[in-house]
Design a protein around this ligand. Structure first.
Ligand code: AMP
Ligand code: MG
Length: 329
């Protein structure tokens, strides 16, 4: 049975987790599905609840720096600078792990991912539990990450508790940077952007899953995908408008304001009003879930500029589409 908790009942939710249960909790990125980092049975429950492959590692969540020392072998200089600047916040750093950290968390790697969330309820929950919490996103493996309370219904009966916390303020998963490499390697783009990382660190390499053999294990899977096929549409605004006006498929188009104004609300869904990329990121997973319930045969999404948070959003769109793109000439 899954027990539901409001913020006032945070102590009860924390008790369930401390006793080896699994509890979903809010963060500023997406909801996480947490368990004690030092209890392998509890960790196993995360993988069962999500249907998550065992080779996809978990992120450890902490609320104070003292907790980091018990998890990692060393803290590189660059990591210190990043933590100073971006923690608490949507940035996950990869360190060499201490041997006592379970290989269930690291998926057999010698490294471990750590993040300090900034969300107020997440911090209070971590403080109540007072142990690092291992947590991936609280969705069924492969489906869009949960960014609001109603998205958690998929997990009813699969976890021991859910701590409700409203809508996620960022709505995309954290930026992940491997600090065991020189230069550091950006594995997953997020709200903390490549440009911001470079400003602090100088050079940062960009992981390209199709070109490199090194894998951040979870990144190889098709991700964030609704049941309805998603296709990325590429081409000029003019070509997009022409295509939307002629195409007869039972589909919906997720577009920017200019195309929306030209083609109308019957076929199109306005994605980023006034080109507000923060809004689009916050709404993206909710949008996928909503459109998935409307029996379209295809969800077409148009390209956005790969800059700042746009890089993270394009990454999620490409993963949702499983790489399916259609170029309009
Ligand atoms: P999730 O919280 O569901 O987004 O999943 C955590 C993601 O963090 C994984 O899918 C990996 O991409 C990344 N990750 C966690 N631990 C490591 C690690 N030790 N090395 C590289 N990537 C990691
Ligand atoms: Mg995930």
């Amino acid at each position: 049975m899954t027990r539901i908790f409001r913020a006032e009942q945070i102590k009860e939710a924390a008790q369930i987790l401390r006793k080896g249960g699994t509890v979903i909790f809010p963060t500023e990125t997406v909801y996480g599905l947490g368990a004690r980092y030092d209890d392998e049975k509890a960790l196993e429950k995360i993988f069962t609840a999500k249907g998550r492959p065992k080779d996809n590692p978990l992120i450890l969540h902490i609320y104070k720096m003292e907790q980091l020392e018990g998890l990692v072998r060393e803290i590189p200089e660059g990591a210190k600078i990043l933590m100073e600047r971006f923690w608490p916040g949507p940035l996950t750093l990869i360190f060499r792990k201490r041997p006592e950290i379970s290989s269930i968390i690291s998926a057999g790697l010698e490294t471990v991912a750590v993040r300090m969330p900034s969300d107020n309820l997440a911090q209070r929950f971590l403080r109540e539990v007072d142990l690092p919490i291992a947590a991936p996103s609280a969705n069924l493996s492969g489906s869009p990450s949960p960014t609001s309370e109603d998205h958690l219904m998929d997990m009813m009966g699969r976890v021991d508790g859910i701590l409700l916390g409203g809508d996620s303020s960022i709505g995309l998963e954290s930026t992940v940077v491997d600090m065991t490499r020189t230069p550091p390697l950006l594995l997953r783009p997020g709200k903390v952007s490549l440009e911001e990382l470079e400003e602090v660190l100088g050079q940062v390499d960009l992981y390209q899953s199709n070109k490199e053999s090194y894998a951040s294990p979870g990144l190889k899977y098709r991700h964030y995908a609704p049941q309805t096929p998603v296709v990325l549409l590429q081409g000029s605004d003019e070509n997009l408008i022409k295509f939307i006006n002629c195409n007869q498929e039972n589909c919906v188009y997720v577009v920017k304001e200019l195309v929306y104004r030209a083609c109308g609300e019957k076929k199109c869904h306005l994605f980023y009003p006034k080109e507000d990329i923060d809004y689009a990121a916050r709404e993206y997973f909710r949008l996928l879930r909503t459109l998935d319930n409307q029996s379209y045969d295809i969800i077409y999404i148009t390209e956005i500029p790969i800059l700042g948070l746009g890089r993270a959003l394009m990454d999620r769109i490409l993963r949702s589409s499983g790489g399916h793109t259609r170029r309009l000439e």
